[in-house]
Design a protein around this ligand. Sequence first.
Ligand code: NAD
Ligand code: ZN
Length: 353
Amino acid sequence: MVSRVVFGRGSFNQLGDIIAPKRLNTKAPFIFLVDDVFKGNSEITSRIPLAYDDQLLYISAENEPKTSQVDELVEQIILNHKDRPSGIIGIGGGTILDLAKAVAIMLTNEGEAKNYQGWDLVKTPAIYHVGVPTISGTGSEVSRTTVLTGPEKKLGINSDYTPFDQVILDPELTNGVPKDQWFYTGMDCFIHCIESLNGTYLNAFSQSYGEKAYELCKEIFMDASLTQAEAQDKLMMASWHGGMSIAYSQVGVAHAMSYGLSYLLGTKHGIGNCIVFDHLEEFYPEGVSMFKAMKKKHNIQLPQGLCAGLHDDEFDIMINVALSLEPLWENAIGKTWKQVITRSKLKSLYQKM
Ligand code: NAD
Ligand code: ZN
């Protein structure tokens, strides 16, 4: 779990005070990995507490993080600074937060990031790392994974060293999020709840967080009486609780199939989950009907025909990626999932998308 967290509108101003005691020496910089959407946005950038040899690197969130990108960043940081950094601070959405976690791990672990995709392969603690989310929903700020696309697979580095040492939850930072993106990333949280609460891995720990996050999502996306600030605050906490819920259970059908879309077509996590979830009535009837109501209420049009015109070998690639995520299927369907989830079943679902 994340060991330290502050919450509150304006709490981003505390970043300098929070990290100062963690500075190892004046030659050991803090490296700030910042979503390049904030380039030129002085409201945010002027509050980043740069000192000594600290470095700010703007990173595009256009594509999801790759293992090769992590390796390049680590190399760049090592080449630019004589001393190992005092810490990595990620400021952005799930893309930047995952990069920050992975870079912090790979600064102390030998070899390439792709070698650590899996469960508990990291042996050395990461350097101090701080997460500052600027969009809510993925739960990356609280999770013990960093999802990376490697040469062979899309899979997280899941380890006890992955979670942030410190998180700053400042809902004001989400002010500029475009509406469609707000919905897609928010629905990632909603889908985490549905998949966790309807999964066979559910237990009292994940249920208690999942139910809270689900309730918050219903309020945020269905109750018109919330002010914008209330909705931002609540979505930041829903994301946190949704992430905590799946930490002790698992996601399910939408995530498994969305990983396939993402691997083949580069479809991003939030929108990919929405595209898949829209067709999963048979697995999650209540969740999907609530999702459709939310989509309608916010006038969201999802892309159609994504898989039209794909060849059989392309369907095979998506199906292979989806089927490789065995714990997700076991959580969703149970131990006998292989009897229900056949290749032709998955193909017919993908063909609808
Ligand atoms: P994102 O980080 O990809 O950002 C989406 C878009 O929103 C980008 O264009 C970004 O620039 C923009 N944006 C972010 N904050 C903004 C702001 N305040 N104002 C204006 N624009 C802003 O989106 P995401 O949905 O948060 O993250 C998706 C990533 O998270 C995927 O790579 C996915 O694999 C990962 N993920 C990780 C976990 C985990 O537990 N580690 C869980 C779920 C998803
Ligand atoms: Zn997700």
